[in-house]
Every structure is written in structure tokens, then in C-alpha cells.
Design a protein around this ligand. Structure first.
Ligand SMILES: [Zn+2]
Length: 162
């Protein structure tokens, strides 16, 4: 049976007009989930056997994917979110609309680890994060909700007046 796009979890009943204007269409969400699933197939995860895929949507509409890349020295493992961000920066992208992260852990959504939350926050707090399962169920949140009261680039700027 083909997977069917379905949003679950909290909805944006309290979303502001600006947030609603930014919401992605179902077609775009599904294409990003498909892109993250494709990247997930290339995951290098022989140790955890926990493949993860990510698809970043840059402001200009470009989609950049990532997957987790593990290492025998476990601490060197790089998550899917960060490989996507690094690939995007190499291509000149620094503004993002959304990231889809796809992993499978029963009926639970898998959120980004703390390091990845900080990496995403480097590029702003007000952009969307979709946590998706291979069956295309997804939960929507934002970088700011995943990392409240974050340490962000503005703090460094405040501490170092020009
Ligand atoms: Zn991570």
C-alpha cells in the first residue's frame, strides 16, 4: 500500500497570520518527505542500523538532502541534518524555509539531537521542521520550538560591539 501524507500531533491553531502565510503546500511537503526518504536510502549507518534522511528547503526553493554518516569511532558520526546543512552551505545557501527529517522508530517521531538543533538555530529560529516517518505521517514544529531560549549568533554580536 502506498504511503499517504498525513499530519499528526499538535496543529497550528494559534499560528499567527505570518506563520500561516509561510505554510508549505501538501505537495511540497510530500516531495520533501520523498527527498528525505531517498537520502535515507544512502545512509551509512552500519553500527546503529538507524538510517535517517533529511531534506532542507532553501529560500530559493532548492532542496538539499542529507543522511547520517557513521564512523567506527562512534563520536565522529554526523547526523543527516548536519550533512544536509553542510551541503547547503557549500552550495551557497544560508536561508532556509524548512527541513524534513525522516526516521523510523515504531510510532514515534524522531527529533533532531541537541547538536543538530544548535546547528539549525545558527540559521534562524523561525523556520519549519517536519518530523516524518517512512509512512509519510509527519509532525510539524519549528527550530525555535525545538530549541527555546537558545544561544544564537545575536548573543555573540551583543558581546562584541563593532
Ligand atoms: Zn543530530
Amino acid at each position: 500500500m502506498a504511503a499517504t501524507l498525513r499530519q499528526v500531533g499538535p496543529t497550528d491553531q494559534n499560528a499567527t497570520t505570518a506563520e500561516i502565510d509561510k505554510q508549505l503546500s501538501d505537495d511540497l511537503i510530500e516531495s520533501l518527505i520523498d527527498a528525505s526518504l531517498g537520502a535515507r536510502q544512502n545512509s551509512y549507518s552500519p553500527y546503529s542500523k538507524f538510517p535517517v534522511g533529511a531534506a532542507l528547503l532553501a529560500h530559493d526553493g532548492t532542496v538539499i538532502t542529507g543522511c547520517n554518516v557513521e564512523n567506527v569511532s562512534y563520536g565522529l558520526t554526523v547526523c543527516a541534518e548536519r550533512t544536509a546543512v553542510c551541503r547547503a552551505v557549500v552550495k551557497g545557501h544560508r536561508k532556509f524555509k524548512a527541513i524534513v527529517i525522516t526516521a523510523e522508530m515504531g510510532d514515534r517521531f524522531v527529533g533532531p539531537c541537541g547538536v543538530c538543533r544548535q546547528t539549525l538555530a545558527e540559521f534562524g529560529l523561525d523556520w519549519e521542521v517536519y518530523l516524518s516517518m517512512p509512512n509519510k505521517q509527519y509532525m510539524k514544529t519549528t527550530v525555535g520550538r525545538l530549541l527555546p531560549d537558545s544561544f544564537s549568533p545575536e548573543w555573540v554580536t551583543l558581546g562584541n560591539p563593532a
